[in-house]
Design a protein around this ligand. Structure first.
Ligand code: GRF
Length: 198
């Protein structure tokens, strides 16, 4: 039985596309639904063109009531019978109730070498700190933001003259390698740490 994967996003969805494109053949998982809190997220149109079910739940009418938003999210998610969730640029904080419900079955990609630079503006912060190495991390999701057991990392060099955008683009290339590689292992039952060499 293939694992059924729900992918949550808020934007362009390039990580979602990398995950979906890898879920073919002998891969132990298949996408079952793409969920967005932003109606015009680029990834939603891409998924619809490929006949992948989509659900859009705009968070704005919930006016910050995270529990009510998540109740609707769950109501729209469960008919797709997901076994696990991949967060792929999903820009809403999830409550402990939601993360507990999916403990051990929800993973996220974050554009830094965790535990460094949790939260936003990771590329600018790495540059400001004068780091010479940066990268991305896939981890299990727990109630604390950008925390939880690490499943894999990929590094990139920081080069003279880098701006946050240039560095973000270099990291994103590695995100597209790392996330599919980790999902393939995780869905197959392997939670050991993967260090991807560039
Ligand atoms: C990625 O850098 C991801 O790590 C971060 O947001 C970005 C999403 O990009 N959380 P995309 O929507 O997958 O293109």
């Amino acid at each position: 039985m293939k694992k059924r994967v729900a992918i949550f996003l808020s934007g362009g969805g390039s990580n979602m596309r990398a995950l979906v494109e890898d879920m073919t053949g002998d891969h132990p998982a298949r996408p079952c639904v793409i969920v967005s809190n932003v109606a015009d997220a680029g990834g939603i149109a891409w998924a619809q063109e490929r006949g992948i079910p989509t659900e859009v739940i705009d968070h704005k009418p919930f006016k910050g009531d995270r529990a009510a938003f998540e109740a609707e999210l769950t109501a729209r998610l469960m008919p797709h019978a997901p076994d696990m969730i991949c967060l792929a640029g999903f820009m809403r904080k999830l409550t402990g109730e939601f993360t507990d419900a999916w403990a051990g079955r929800m993973i996220n990609i974050h554009p830094s070498l965790l535990p460094r630079y949790k939260g936003l503006h990771t590329h600018a912060r790495a540059l400001e700190a004068g780091d010479d190495v940066h990268g991305c991390t896939v981890h299990e999701v727990t109630a604390a933001l950008d925390d939880g057991p690490l499943l894999g990392q990929a590094t990139v060099p920081i080069l003279p003259g880098d701006t946050p955008d240039v560095l973000a683009a270099r990291v994103l290339v590695q995100e597209h390698r790392l996330y599919p590689a980790v999902l393939r292992r995780f869905a197959g039952g392997d939670r050991s740490f993967l260090m991807l060499k560039s």
